[in-house]
Design a protein around this ligand. Structure first.
Ligand code: GDP
Length: 528
């Protein structure tokens, strides 16, 4: 098959949601359609259990699952679908943000009763900033929830999206009768039986047909007619281009648990969602159809077995084809590397592959060469952008608790930071190391892994930091900047790349500093 055909048959996407909205359940049903798994329960939830913060077994379990579910691939109607896993737990939000740099589109799952929740807001904001095409799936229609119009309103308000329903619920909870599929113009009746024949839909191209009254009763039929007419007046017509540019978000309703509305979602998805897209690099835009291979690392996973120090670097293929045993340029190190056993991912397993195409993810065994954001090419100097660090939420000094093992500690911290577990800062004043994380859970993960994988022990010390800002002076030599460096010396640090960072101890002091030093830019992500 030609490269172009391989590209056109691929769809790489992520499912984002607030924990418990039904992401795992939906993933599992999607895999069932691909025949990739035979039974329910095969997809492991990557959820961190409540109160698990001090449970190391839970952390390990979590890590294990996150390898297993990192990429789930399956074929459906000749389309190769790659689902990239995105942890919903907020302590792993950074991991999710990075994964979003490797998807071409997103499905957002929302619980019909809970509506838009906190994590959904954050994740959708990131997708919106990058104009990632999004489809919304409103889940759990078998339960009592919010009115469809109210929910669509809420989504527009809170998520700042422009929605248009492509399916519409007929009743909900006890009265849930099914959905009218606006996209396909048919009615899908709900029996509450997950084994129900999924092709069991009734074509209704004309809503005024008396057949509709027979199917769902006159009251429901009239309600549906009214609501659809209203919806048509309120919401824009679906427009694929607008969806692809992130300006319009189609909405589906269903119940993942009952495998209801999922087939409709999937069929629409494969027909409208974008195939692998061009990607910006610092140098130029790279098209997937270019003959030469390029790709970038968006995730690194340490081996679960501490005896084997190797890690798995997840590479998204952007252009050309990636082949086993062919030497590729590791741009940051300026050296050629070849990979004898690249892994491709299928439903629940990984396998060695000879060739992979744009949109695919390969897992490369790595002994410490890779860092998140690294680019591989056939020789061209390309640096892919778009994997910024955000200001951490928590900051602590990290101290060596075993002076005999300082080398091990150094190496361990280094590698864990490369994996993107947390961010390291060094205080300018005294070179002390500070670890910044998104969630408190990360400190325990780091402490545990340093001990078990590197034989090093650490302790933490609290540090009062409100936010880290990356500093960009208009002029390095200006008096203002020199003054800033002198006055704020106690609060300045360098990040891993050597960029200057201001650690503000409160919102107030941040504002005061910003006001005082007008020629300095304070950035809230490392990429500017
Ligand atoms: P995740 O945290 O987003 O991955 O959510 P899960 O897929 O683990 O689902 C959370 C809970 O909601 C589980 O108990 C599911 O069985 C349940 N659930 C998922 N989909 C539905 C649905 O359509 N209807 C109902 N009633 N429950 C559902």
């Amino acid at each position: 098959m030609k490269l172009k055909d391989e590209i056109n048959k691929r769809r790489t996407f992520g499912i984002v949601s607030h924990p418990d909205a039904g992401k795992t359940t939906l993933t599992e049903k999607l895999l069932l359609f691909g025949g990739a798994i035979q039974e329910a329960g095969a997809v492991k939830s990557n959820k961190v259990k409540k109160g698990a913060t001090s449970d190391f077994m839970e952390i390990e379990r979590q890590r294990g699952i996150s390898v297993a579910t990192s990429v789930l691939a399956f074929e459906y109607k000749d389309i190769k679908i790659n689902i990239l896993d995105t942890p919903g737990h907020k302590d792993f939000a950074e991991d999710t943000f990075r994964t979003l740099t490797a998807v071409d589109s997103v499905i957002v799952v929302i619980d019909v009763a809970k509506g838009v929740e906190e994590q959904t807001e954050k994740l959708v904001e990131v997708c919106r900033m990058r104009n990632i095409p999004m489809i919304v799936f409103i889940n759990k229609l078998d339960r009592e929830g919010k009115d469809a119009f109210d929910l669509l309103d809420e989504i527009e308000q809170k998520l700042n999206l422009t929605v248009t329903p492509l399916s519409y619920p007929i009743g909900m909870g006890y009265d849930f009768k099914g959905i009218y599929n606006i996209w396909e113009q048919n009615v899908n009746l709900f029996t509450g039986d997950p084994r129900k024949d999924i092709e069991d839909t009734v074509e209704i191209s004309d809503l005024n047909t008396p057949e509709l009254d027979e199917l769902i009763g006159s009251d429901s039929a009239n309600d549906l007619r009214e609501e659809l007419e209203l919806a048509q007046g309120v919401y824009p017509k679906f427009d694929q281009q607008a969806y692809k540019e992130g300006r319009l978000q189609p909405v589906f309703f269903g119940s993942a648990l009952n495998n209801f509305g999922v087939r409709e979602l999937l069929d629409c998805f494969i027909s409208i969602a974008p195939a692998p897209l061009p990607k910006e690099s610092e140098e130029r835009t790279v098209k997937p159809t270019e003959e030469k291979f390029t790709g970038f690392v968006f995730k690194i996973h340490a081996n679960m077995d501490p005896k084997h120090r190797d890690r798995l670097a997840f590479v998204k293929i952007v252009s050309g084809k990636f082949e086993r045993n062919v030497p590729y340029l590791h741009v940051r190190h300026n050296k050629k590397l070849r990979f004898s056993s690249p892994n491709a991912f299928f439903a629940e397993k990984k396998e060695i592959v000879d060739v992979s195409y744009p949109g695919d993810i390969v897992g490369l065994h790595d002994t410490g060469n890779f860092k998140i954001g690294d680019t591989l090419t056939e020789g061209e100097e390309i640096h892919y952008r778009g994997i910024p660090n955000f200001s951490p939420e928590h900051f602590r000094y990290i101290n060596n608790a075993d002076p005999m093992k300082s080398k091990q500690l150094e190496k361990g911290i280094d590698q864990l930071m490369d994996e993107g577990v947390a961010q390291l800062f060094r205080l300018e004043l005294n070179n002390r190391k500070i670890i910044g994380t998104v969630g408190a859970l990360q400190y325990e993960v780091i402490q545990y892994r340093l001990e078990h994988e590197y034989g090093a022990k650490c302790t933490y010390e609290n540090l009062n930091v409100h936010k880290a800002c990356w500093i960009e002076p208009e002029d390095e030599k200006s008096d203002g900047f020199q003054d800033f460096k002198r006055v704020k010396a106690k609060f300045l640090a360098k990040d891993k790349r050597g960029q200057l960072v201001f650690l503000a101890d409160s919102q107030f002091s941040l504002q005061m500093t910003q006001q005082k030093y007008k020629t300095i830019k304070f950035h809230f992500t490392s990429e500017f």
